[in-house]
Design a protein around this ligand. Sequence first.
Ligand SMILES: Nc1nc2c(c(=O)[nH]1)N[C@H]1C(S)=C(S)[C@@H](COP(=O)(O)O)O[C@H]1N2
Ligand SMILES: [Mo]
Length: 190
Amino acid sequence: MTFRHWRRAGLAAAFAGALLAACGEQRASPPGLSSGQVILVIEDAGATADPRLVSEGLYELHDVALDGALGLSRADLSAMSWRQIRADFPQGAEPRAFEGPRLSDVLAAAGHEGAGARLTAFDGYQAEVSAEMISRHEPILALRADGEPMSVGGLGPVMLVWPRLNQSSLSDMNDDLWAWGVFAIAPTDD
Ligand SMILES: Nc1nc2c(c(=O)[nH]1)N[C@H]1C(S)=C(S)[C@@H](COP(=O)(O)O)O[C@H]1N2
Ligand SMILES: [Mo]
């Protein structure tokens, strides 16, 4: 499916949600967000209870706090504005075109504008990113590399990507903050 198709799916879901609301139905998901498979959770978002978010599996294993968490589907993330970053990963590899929403925008959508973040991946790897690093470099939560969705089991569903080839202050950056296989993000104060 192309990026455009995903966007259309997101719009269709939003439209269906508006229809449901007009008919007086209770929405299970937060306003403006589609239903569908959750691929990324943002903790502490003040969201209403989401039946898709059950504390089991890796949520439980890695202590992801689901109370008030915001569950995002691929369509939700595709409906946001995206940035493309051409970057090398691992460091020194042939550059690829990574694409996805800015981490700052995803945090803002969860009610945490200007926050820092702790990202958790399937394997329990965690990357802590300061608010200053985020606002200065605007890393993305990449969903695609060279036009293809990043596979679950590979670098997907979501990977934190930094503009180290474009910003000279990042030219020496190692791979520590390039978390792949990310499925949960906790906003932080610093
Ligand atoms: N999910 C996850 N992301 C990760 C890591 C990891 O262990 N797990 N290691 C980081 C580090 S320290 C490096 S050097 C690169 C490459 O890690 P790899 O060699 O384990 O693929 O991914 C970064 N992102
Ligand atoms: Mo590393």
